[in-house]
Design a protein around this ligand. Structure first.
Ligand SMILES: Nc1ncnc2c1ncn2[C@@H]1O[C@H](COP(=O)(O)OP(=O)(O)OP(=O)(O)O)[C@@H](O)[C@H]1O
Ligand SMILES: [Mg+2]
Length: 295
């Protein structure tokens, strides 16, 4: 399988990794990688991405390595353009043919991947239920089982009474919840989230963050969350990867050891949270400063 080419990620953003056991991702430079050496859900080692066009080359991601914490939420923060979305798209095999990859990016064989995009990307002609069941439908799950599995998720996210509403009849937060359900009901092992709450107002965002924490506690799924919001990264994640400005490198890894279970509203006013926020902001601020052309 050639590196970085789409491999049938379903419209709902969930697919099973189609590789043969032991086969790993990219190694686009022809160097065989060593997915079999480890059992991490996702391995990223010295991984770089360049975009080539006729007249220029963009170095999007530069030799990054990430030790993802399995069974936890992992967050990636960094300035705009540092390659966060590009990295997620590489994991999901959604990069265009102009992307040149090198190094190692390996998803453990058999891992089912879910992707929650920044925009909710719901189909306007389908109801909440119709949108939410898409992944299961594509996977060939019979309707009775689809309804049975979705019932729980609609309840958890407070959408039961909105099951027959169309997207235009839902609020932004509700639409984003439908997106979450659509991905999570397929029970992925690794969920990629790219600024999933970027379009929401601050209050709805906090409610959704709480929701993600609750869902994570229930499923213990490995989540890779890209966010601009440093507080969100620290509140939700067990491990935060701080990226430099473009070309993105990982310049700091922070293990977040806050009291569990976390509560989005309570945790953010603890001294531990404040200390972590200051520590990471110190690193990030320098990247924003240098990006803005300041010394
Ligand atoms: N298909 C593409 N072709 C050429 N360059 C691209 C392509 N996709 C992304 N890039 C470039 O790669 C770099 C990283 O882009 P990316 O979208 O990953 O940034 P990001 O960190 O997600 O930014 P943001 O926080 O604004 O979403 C940018 O310079 C962007 O212009
Ligand atoms: Mg992005």
């Amino acid at each position: 399988m050639s590196a970085g080419r789409p491999t049938g990620i379903a419209a709902d953003g969930v697919r099973a990794d189609g590789r043969e056991p032991g086969e790993s991702r990219p190694a686009a430079d022809g160097v065989p990688s060593a997915a079999t050496r480890h059992s991490a859900t996702l391995t990223v080692r010295d991984f770089s991405i360049r975009f080539l066009s006729a007249d220029r080359e963009v170095r999007a991601v530069d030799a990054i390595s990430c030790d993802i914490s399995d069974g936890h939420i992992n967050a990636i923060v960094g300035p705009s353009g540092c390659g966060k979305s590009t990295l997620l798209n590489a994991v999901a095999d959604l990069l265009p043919p102009t992307a040149q990859l090198s190094g190692e990016l390996a998803v453990r064989p058999g891992v089912k991947l879910g992707y929650v995009f920044q925009q909710d990307a719901l189909l306007p002609w389908r109801t909440t239920l119709g949108n939410a069941e898409m992944g299961l439908e594509i996977a060939g799950i019979p309707r009775s089982e689809r309804l049975q599995r979705l019932e729980k998720w609609l309840r958890i996210t407070g959408l039961t009474d909105f099951a027959d509403h169309y997207p235009h009849q839902l609020s932004g937060g509700m639409r984003q919840r439908v997106s979450l359900i659509r991905t999570l009901v397929c029970e992925p092992h690794l969920v990629l989230m790219d600024e999933p709450f970027g379009a929401l107002d601050a209050q709805t965002r906090a409610v959704m963050q709480d929701e993600v924490l609750r869902i994570w506690r229930e499923t213990r799924t490995t989540i890779l969350l890209v966010t601009h919001d440093l507080a969100e990264a620290i509140l939700l994640a067990r491990r935060v990867f701080v990226m430099s400005r473009q070309p993105g490198r990982v310049i700091r890894v922070v293990d977040v050891e806050l009291a569990e279970p976390r509560d989005v509203f309570e945790t953010r006013v603890t001294p531990q949270f404040e200390a972590l926020y200051k520590e990471v902001w110190q690193v990030l601020r320098d990247q924003f400063r240098s990006q803005a052309g300041n010394p």
